[in-house]
Each structure stands twice: as C-alpha cells, then as structure tokens.
Design a protein around this ligand. Sequence first.
Ligand SMILES: [Zn+2]
Length: 86
Amino acid sequence: MVVKKALRINHCVCPICQRGDPYHPKHIQHRQINLLMSTMNARQRRLFATYEAERIGLGGISQLARITGLDRKTIRKGANELLINI
Ligand SMILES: [Zn+2]
C-alpha cells in the first residue's frame, strides 16, 4: 500500500497576506509560490527561494523568508549552490 504524504503548504506572513484580501496580486503570487514549493523536496525549495530572492534583489532574502517560512540562512545556502551573490 502506498501512503501519500500530505502536502504541507506554508502560509505567508507578510502584511499584505495578513490583511486577508484573497484577490490582491501579491497575495495570489505568495500563495502560488507556497503551493508550488509544497510539491518540491527540501533542496528544490531552497534553490527556488534563492532564485526568487535574487530576482527581487535588495531585501529579497527577507521577503522570501517571510513568504516561504524558510530560514534566511537556508536561502543564503542556496545562493552558494547557485553560485550567485545576494
Ligand atoms: Zn504574502
């Protein structure tokens, strides 16, 4: 018998998402990021969060930590693996 592991979906704690408007574009984007990340393994989550943080630029690591619930150190670790400097 195959037991499927339940997906754990993180809920963003940024001020926009905490306001609770489900149609705010940022709220939708953050929910999609967390839904996508719930399908990934730990390494894939780390690298994806790092990629998004790098794409955002200044403040990206803090923002992705808030959205994804990943530790800032974890996201920084991904930067070493992707050979980027953020
Ligand atoms: Zn959010």
